[in-house]
Design a protein around this ligand. Structure first.
Ligand code: HEC
Ligand code: HEC
Ligand code: HEC
Length: 463
């Protein structure tokens, strides 16, 4: 009885990783693999790094900013001269899941192979079929190439880091959990690489798995805690609210996606099936809670509607606009959209600033980043949803306004400081955000250490 159940569950889990057969697909397994590969490439967001805005898909060229210099994503079209057209399935698999190129050289972990290592053999083959047969070959090298200074140009140093931090085991389904959970875990840990941004890193810049999805600074934007904790994470969000957020970047009275998360949604998540987004949401709700002690209540429940209009009525603007009060700045720059009392619009298209994770968190970077860079989406009509105030507001004004918004509408204990605003303002052009977010910081300390490990290994061998 038990064994029969296990068997059935096992078979069900096996079928998890194949999408339903496409009704419209012509006969032939190949076409199906290609279609599945296309979907998986979307889930993996390959295009976000391997294309430049306005450039040919997968032709490479995007420079991911790192403290050591730019790491440029390569041409992964099936071009035989400039792309991966000569890659065998095994070589493709090694690049995707081991971080090793066809010529044997190691990739930098700016390519998220530590997450892709979870991808199953079947899905790797489907991705290969898609890249070989359905991506248009581009016979041209990206305009720039990776050229890191010594010693970071020694790619072999990554071998040492991989020994420490690359877990090469593909995803193993947990038979005690539901099919939905397993599908969600597979996608979130693997292709969709949520942890690349949302998991804090240790001193060697590897993901701290004991704090999985516990939140991390990406240099400019903050990827918040999305563990199941009811105060710090998404514990108080329903599965449905999460799935809606992953498709639209918006969850009423909770949060909206800007910066790198908006890009992830526009390129990748919003194209996934309802079943897959629900599976990811279902899985998130089970990720062990990570709590930030500063979060004494849910980050989505701080603040309330309010204004300080009495303090500014009839008060002339100061001569030095840098000394404008928070209420004056709010009234002049924000109230037209977020409304006089911070309550947003009735239909929710203009969000309230209270009961908003951007003002309730113990990290105010996203409030500052939203002011500096605005909120933009590439979802057809809407485009720029909130203007960038980078050139309208000075650092002093952003500090005053930020602290006003925190006190009036958010967690009043959390401050915006002058140093923070100056750092975030200089954190790189918006086009570098993706790089900083996904790859950036990883390389620094890491490579040095890896080099040390490698060197010690060699010394030991020599002795
Ligand atoms: C976060 C950015 C990022 C994402 C997402 C990403 N890549 Fe990469 N990838 C890179 C970078 C950067 C390199 C080059 C690294 C280097 O030169 O060490 C690279 C290199 C590669 C290579 C090696 C090609 C060669 O010969 O130089 C392959 C193959 C590859 N990626 C495939 C993929 C696939 C397939 C996906 C989606 C499932 C993907 N990548 C998603 C950043 C990314
Ligand atoms: C490239 C980095 C990056 C990746 C990859 C990424 N995120 Fe995010 N995520 C962010 C950032 C940054 C924010 C904050 C957005 C904001 O507040 O404007 C965010 C916000 C969120 C939020 C809202 C949290 C809140 O309290 O408002 C959820 C939920 C979320 N991400 C889920 C996911 C899931 C699930 C995945 C993987 C499928 C994922 N993210 C992948 C960077 C990323
Ligand atoms: C033209 C209208 C408009 C103006 C002016 C405006 N905002 Fe926004 N703001 C929006 C919209 C729309 C969103 C949410 C976008 C979405 O739903 O994805 C938003 C989102 C936000 C967020 C959440 C960002 C995140 O990452 O979660 C904050 C914080 C914010 N605004 C603060 C401000 C402040 C402070 C000002 C004044 C300097 C301001 N806004 C001015 C329209 C505006």
């Amino acid at each position: 009885m038990m064994a029969a159940f296990r068997l059935a569950a096992g078979a069900a889990l096996l079928s998890l990783f194949s999408l339903p057969v496409l009704a419209a697909a012509p006969p032939g397994a190949d076409v199906q693999s290609i279609e599945r590969g296309r979907y998986l490439a979307t889930a993996g967001d390959c295009i976000a790094c391997h294309s430049v805005p306005g450039g040919k898909p997968m032709a490479g060229g995007l420079a991911l900013a790192t403290p050591l210099g730019p790491i440029v994503a390569t041409n992964i079209t099936p071009s035989k001269t400039h792309g991966i057209g000569n890659y065998t399935l095994q070589q493709f698999s090694d690049a995707l899941r081991r971080g090793v190129r066809a010529d044997g050289a190691h990739l930098y972990p700016a390519m998220p192979y530590t997450a892709y290592a979870k991808v199953t053999d079947d899905d790797t083959a489907a991705l290969y079929a898609y890249f070989m047969h359905d991506v248009a070959a581009v016979d041209a090298a990206p305009a720039t190439r990776t050229d890191l200074p010594f010693p970071f140009n020694i790619r072999l140093s990554m071998a040492g880091w991989n020994v420490l931090f690359l877990d090469t085991k593909p995803f193993v389904a947990d038979a005690s959990k539901s099919m939905e959970w397993n599908r969600g875990a597979y996608l979130a840990q693997g292709l969709a690489h949520c942890g690349t941004c949302h998991t804090p890193r240790n001193a060697l810049m590897a993901e701290q798995l004991s704090k999985a999805l516990g939140g991390a600074d990406l240099g400019t934007w903050h990827a918040p805690n999305i563990s199941s904790d009811s105060n710090s994470g998404i514990g108080s969000w329903s599965q449905q609210a999460l799935a809606v957020y992953l498709r639209t970047g918006r969850a009423a009275h909770r949060g909206q996606a800007a910066g790198p998360m908006a890009e992830v949604i526009d390129h990748s998540l919003k194209h996934l099936s309802d079943a897959d987004l629900n599976a990811i949401a279902h899985y998130l709700k089970s990720v062990p809670a990570v709590r930030d002690a500063a979060d004494t209540k849910p980050v989505t429940q701080w603040g309330q509607a309010g204004d300080d209009l009495r303090a500014i009525r009839g008060v002339p603007l100061p001569q030095n606009l840098n000394t404008m009060s928070g209420a004056q700045l709010y009234d002049a720059q924000c109230a037209s959209c977020h409304q006089a009392r911070g309550e947003g619009s009735f239909d929710g298209s203009l969000p309230p600033l209270f009961h908003n994770s951007a003002t309730g968190r113990s990290n105010s970077n996203n409030l500052v980043m939203a002011m500096l860079d605005g909120v933009a989406r590439q979802d057809g009509g809407s485009g720029q949803l909130m203007p960038a105030f980078r050139h309208t507001l000075t650092d002093e004004q952003i500090v005053t306004l930020g602290n006003y918004v925190q006190t009036m509408y958010g967690n009043p204990a959390i401050k915006v400081t002058a140093q923070q605003v100056a750092t975030l303002r200089n954190g790189g052009a918006p086009s570098n955000l993706i790089g900083l977010a996904r790859a950036g910081i990883i390389v620094g300390v890491l490579l040095l250490l890896a080099l040390l490990v490698w060197w010690r290994g060699r010394r030991r061998k020599a002795m």
